[in-house]
Ligand binder design. Structure first.
Ligand SMILES: [Zn+2]
Length: 304
């Protein structure tokens, strides 16, 4: 039964990848404001895609096939995501306020969390880990003494476990961003969504034993009540954002990213950035000046 479910999930998964790849060309032109960005991401990691190599993109709508990460050298073995034995228990409920239902507390889509909850600001980095950019972002965060949140893609966590371990070791917060950035994840059955999210959490915890995965961010911010409910059942709060400079978009310049973030961020803001997309030189270039201005404003950071 588990195998049948798994196969079904894979079929849906492959279809969704094909659909996402097709959609990328459209999204490249008209990515809606506020929608989350894409990651570039060709990955050969997808162990369940037989025959053909990596999907064109795992991004949030990613439209761009350039800058795709190289296939990991360690062709990760499939980890049989639905195997009971491999499914670690859901994170223990936290007594912290973070675990409380946020539906009435926040104003993100469908009640998702779109603010830190106090005056602190939060930087979130999606679509990694990326061998090219995650280490650079980690270095800068360390130099600034800032803790942030990384919404990682499960397949990349499996491919680059050392980067996930680095994120955890340095005290940053880990967030589940789906197994392979399936934009339509929220439309799947609850069982399929659960298998996808659990598989991602398994990869994260395998890379960083003991790490808590307290948050889920739906690819593209395409939330559904069902996805939010499954995430909650797995102990994860659904995390949206306040400010989205579309830094994944290869047409965005460093200046545009900086001005968008600085112009729209205030106390309590959750800023959406990407360490795993394809335009990250521009994002990275903007990051230093964002830190400088936030510091001038006296902002304190929250790792959520
Ligand atoms: Zn994303």
């Amino acid at each position: 039964m588990a195998q049948r479910t798994y196969n079904h999930v894979m079929v849906r998964h492959n279809l969704s990848i094909a659909a996402a790849a097709a959609a990328l060309f459209v999204l490249a032109w008209v990515w809606p404001e506020g929608a989350e960005p894409p990651a570039s991401a060709t990955t050969a990691v997808e162990p369940t895609v037989s025959g053909s190599s990596a999907p064109a993109s795992a991004g949030d709508g990613e439209a761009d096939a350039t800058g795709a990460p190289e296939a990991p050298s360690s062709a990760a073995e499939p980890s049989d995501p639905v195997s009971e034995s491999e499914s670690p228990p859901a994170p223990a409920p936290s007594p912290s306020p973070v675990a409380a239902p946020a539906a009435t507390m926040y104003e993100g889509p469908l009640g998702t969390r779109n603010r830190t909850g106090d005056d602190r600001v939060a930087l979130t980095f999606d679509d990694g880990p990326s061998p090219k950019w995650t280490p650079k972002v980690l270095d800068m965060l360390r130099a600034q003494g800032v803790k942030a949140t990384f919404c990682v893609i499960g397949a990349y966590a499996e491919a680059y476990p050392e980067l996930v371990a680095d994120i955890a070791r340095e005290g940053h917060t880990l967030c589940n961003h789906s197994w392979f950035h399936e934009f339509d994840l929220g439309k799947w059955s609850s069982e399929e969504i659960r298998a996808n999210l659990q598989r991602t959490n398994d990869a994260i915890v395998k890379a960083a034993p003991g790490a808590a995965v307290a948050y889920f961010r739906h690819p593209g911010g395409q939330w559904t009540d069902r996805a939010i409910a499954v995430a909650a059942d797995l102990g994860m709060e659904s995390l949206h954002w306040t400010v989205d400079p579309s830094d994944w978009n290869s047409k965005k310049t460093q200046k545009q990213i900086r001005e968008h973030v600085l112009g729209r961020s205030g106390p309590g803001a959750i800023v959406l950035l990407h360490d795993g997309a394809s335009n990250q030189a521009e994002m990275y270039g903007a990051l230093a000046s964002i830190f400088a201005e936030f510091s001038r404003r006296g902002y304190v950071y929250s790792a959520l």
